[in-house]
Design a protein around this ligand. Structure first.
Ligand code: UD1
Ligand code: CA
Length: 422
C-alpha cells in the first residue's frame, strides 16, 4: 500500500446546522464522536503525521483527542476564524510545510468513508497530480457538484450555492476527501480567493486550479454512495448512526456472535463479545462492555459502561447492568438492576432484584459470592455483601454495611439470619 505522508483532518467548524452547543465533530455515533471515526480513516493510511485543524470549541476537541485518540503522530493547528476549507488546510500547512510527498485531506463530518476508498484514492497519485473522491447520488443535498469537460475529464467543483440550475442537476458529487501533493498546496492555497456565495476560501478551488493548469486530476467513485453521508444536521447524524451500527453488528456476526435481530440491537463502538454468545432482540450495549463466550443477553437488556460478563453468564429481560462484573455461569434473568456490583460464579439473581448502589450522594460497591442465591424482589443496599453459597429470601432488604456470611440464609426487612432448623 502507498501510505500518505500527511493527513489533515478538518474539525474547526461549529456545525451551526446541528442546532447544538456541542461542536459538530464531538457529536457521537455509536458511542464515539465523529472525529474518532474520521481519525480511524486517517490511521488506515498509515501516515507519518496527522494534523487536526481545530477552532470552534477547540479545548473540548483537543481534550477528546488527547484523552481517547492519543497518537504521537497527531498535532493540532489552530484556525481562529473559520474562513473555509481552503483556509483550514492553509492553517494546517504550518505543521508540515516543506515535507513534500502527499497529503490527504479528510473532513471531520464524513464518518462513513471506508479505508478501502482512501487507499484507492492515494493510489491514484502515481498517475495523476491530485485525486478527489466522488459519489453518484440521488439527492445531492448541499454537496459540491463535479464538473467535467465533454471528454469526461475532471474540470472542477462547484458548490451548490454557487451552481447554476443546470449544474445543480449533476448527480456526481464531491465527497470531500482528496489527495494532493504538498507542493501544490503550498503553491495554490495562498492564491485562493473568496469570490463565492459564502465568501469563503474553498479547498475545492485548489482542484479547479490544478485542472486549469492542465494537470490530470483522478477521481475515485465510492462503490457505495451511502458512504457519502456527511453530517450537517441531526437527521444526518441519525442516518449515519444506522449505517455505522450495521457495520459494528456485521463485525460481531463475523466473529461468531449470534445477533438475532440486528434491526433492534444497539451495540456501541468498543464492545467486546466472545464467540457463541447470543444477543436477543431489543438489547442495548453501551460503552466499554466486555462479554465472554456462550453468554446470553436480552431480550430487552441494557448493559452499560464497565460491565463484564464472564463466559456463560446470562442477563435477561428488563435487566440493566452498570459496572457489574458478573462471574461465569451466573444468571440474572428478569427485571433486575445491577449497579457497581461484583458477582461470583454460578450465582442466581432472582427476578426483581435491585442493587441500590446510590445513596443520593455517593455510589457504593456490593459483592455477591459464588453460587449465592438472591431471592426474588431482594433489595441490596450498598455497600453490602452476600457471601459464597449464601441466600436471601424473597423480598429481603439487605441493609447498608450488612455482610451475609458464606452459607447463611437471611430473610425479611431488614434482612436477618434465618434461625437454623433443629
Ligand atoms: C464541503 C465541500 C463540498 C462537499 C462537502 C462534502 C468545500 C468548499 N465544499 O462542503 O464540495 O460536497 O463538503 O462533505 O470544501 N471546516 C473547518 N474550517 C473551516 C470550514 C470548514 O475546519 O473554515 C471543516 C468543518 O468543521 C467540516 C469540514 O471542514 O468538518 C467541511 O466543512 P463544511 O462547512 O461542512 O463543508 P460543506 O458545506 O459540507
Ligand atoms: Ca459538511
Amino acid at each position: 500500500m502507498q501510505s500518505a505522508g500527511t493527513v489533515v483532518v478538518l474539525a474547526a467548524g461549529q456545525g451551526t446546522r446541528m442546532r447544538s452547543a456541542l461542536p459538530k465533530v464531538l457529536h457521537e455515533v455509536c458511542g464515539r464522536p465523529l472525529l474518532g471515526w474520521v481519525l480511524d480513516q486517517a490511521r488506515a493510511l498509515d501516515p507519518e503525521r496527522i494534523v487536526v485543524v481545530t477552532g470552534h470549541a477547540e479545548a473540548a476537541v483537543r481534550e477528546y483527542v488527547e484523552q481517547f485518540e492519543s497518537d504521537p503522530r497527531i498535532t493540532f493547528a489552530h484556525q481562529s476564524v473559520q474562513y473555509g476549507t481552503g483556509h483550514a488546510v492553509e492553517v494546517a500547512l504550518a505543521n508540515f510545510r516543506g515535507v513534500g510527498g502527499s497529503c490527504v485531506v479528510l473532513y471531520g463530518d464524513m464518518p462513513l468513508v471506508r479505508a478501502e476508498s482512501l487507499v484507492r484514492l492515494v493510489g491514484q497519485l502515481k498517475a495523476a497530480r491530485a485525486a478527489a473522491t466522488t459519489a453518484i447520488v440521488d439527492q445531492p443535498r448541499g454537496f459540491g457538484r463535479i464538473l467535467r469537460s465533454d471528454d469526461g475529464a475532471f474540470r472542477g467543483i462547484v458548490e451548490e450555492r454557487d451552481a447554476s440550475p443546470k449544474q445543480r442537476s449533476i448527480r456526481e458529487v464531491n465527497v470531500g476527501v482528496y489527495a494532493f501533493l504538498v507542493e501544490d498546496l503550498e503553491l495554490l492555497l495562498p492564491e485562493l480567493e473568496r469570490n463565492n456565495a459564502q465568501g469563503e476560501l474553498y479547498l475545492t478551488d485548489v482542484l479547479t486550479r490544478i485542472a486549469e493548469r492542465g494537470d490530470t486530476i483522478a477521481t475515485v467513485e465510492l462503490e457505495d454512495p451511502s458512504d457519502a453521508i456527511g453530517i450537517n444536521t441531526l437527521a444526518h447524524l441519525a442516518e449515519a448512526r444506522t449505517a455505522i451500527q450495521m457495520r459494528i453488528l456485521e463485525q460481531h456476526l463475523e466473529n461468531g456472535v449470534k445477533i438475532i435481530d440486528p434491526a433492534t440491537t444497539y451495540i456501541d463502538h468498543g464492545v467486546t463479545i466472545g464467540a457463541g454468545t447470543e444477543i436477543l432482540p431489543c438489547t442495548v450495549i453501551r460503552g466499554d462492555v466486555v462479554i465472554g463466550e456462550r453468554c446470553e443477553v436480552g431480550p430487552f437488556t441494557h448493559l452499560r459502561a464497565g460491565t463484564r460478563l464472564a463466559d456463560g453468564a446470562e442477563i435477561g429481560n428488563f435487566c440493566e447492568a452498570k459496572k457489574a462484573v458478573v462471574g461465569p455461569g451466573t444468571k440474572a434473568k428478569h427485571l433486575t438492576y445491577l449497579g457497581d456490583v461484583t458477582i461470583g460464579a454460578k450465582a442466581n439473581i432472582g427476578a426483581g432484584t435491585i442493587v441500590a448502589n446510590y445513596d443520593g450522594t455517593h455510589k457504593h460497591l456490593t459483592t455477591i459470592g459464588d453460587r449465592a442465591f438472591v431471592g426474588s424482589g431482594s433489595v441490596l443496599i450498598a455497600p453490602c455483601a452476600v457471601g459464597d453459597d449464601a441466600l436471601t429470601g424473597g423480598g429481603a432488604v439487605v441493609t447498608r454495611n450488612a455482610s451475609i456470611p458464606p452459607g447463611e440464609a437471611w430473610v425479611g426487612v431488614p434482612a436477618r439470619p434465618l434461625p437454623k432448623k433443629r
